[in-house]
Design a protein around this ligand. Structure first.
Ligand SMILES: [Zn+2]
Length: 103
């Protein structure tokens, strides 16, 4: 998992650029060096959705009192889910893939 490069000039996009594009509704990104516009692929949308939701569902499931051995306060469950969600969104630029808007 490496960060996406520009299709036109192999410029490595910055993590911040990719993250911002993903968090603002999969906004297309533009290469600063050559100006090529890139749009997110459909498979990226699926990967981002799976990466951010599946672990949260599993975490929530295993923290349910009937499943988890110890009883966990609801506030702790909420805080851990929020922290996990934030952490998972930080990983999304690693799985993001873009195509040139021209192709
Ligand atoms: Zn470029």
């Amino acid at each position: 998992m490496i960060l996406q490069k520009c299709v036109g000039c192999d410029y490595h996009f910055k993590w911040r650029t990719l993250y911002k594009g993903l968090m603002i509704g999969y906004k297309p990104i533009q290469c600063h060096r050559c100006g090529t516009k890139h749009k997110v692929t459909f498979s990226t949308r699926l990967r981002v959705a799976c990466l951010t939701t599946v672990p949260l569902i599993l975490l929530a499931y295993f923290m349910v009192p009937e499943v988890f051995i110890m009883s966990v306060p609801f506030s702790l469950i909420s805080i851990s889910l929020v922290i996990t969600a934030i952490f998972l969104t930080l990983l999304t630029p690693l799985v993001a893939r873009y195509n040139s808007c021209d192709s």
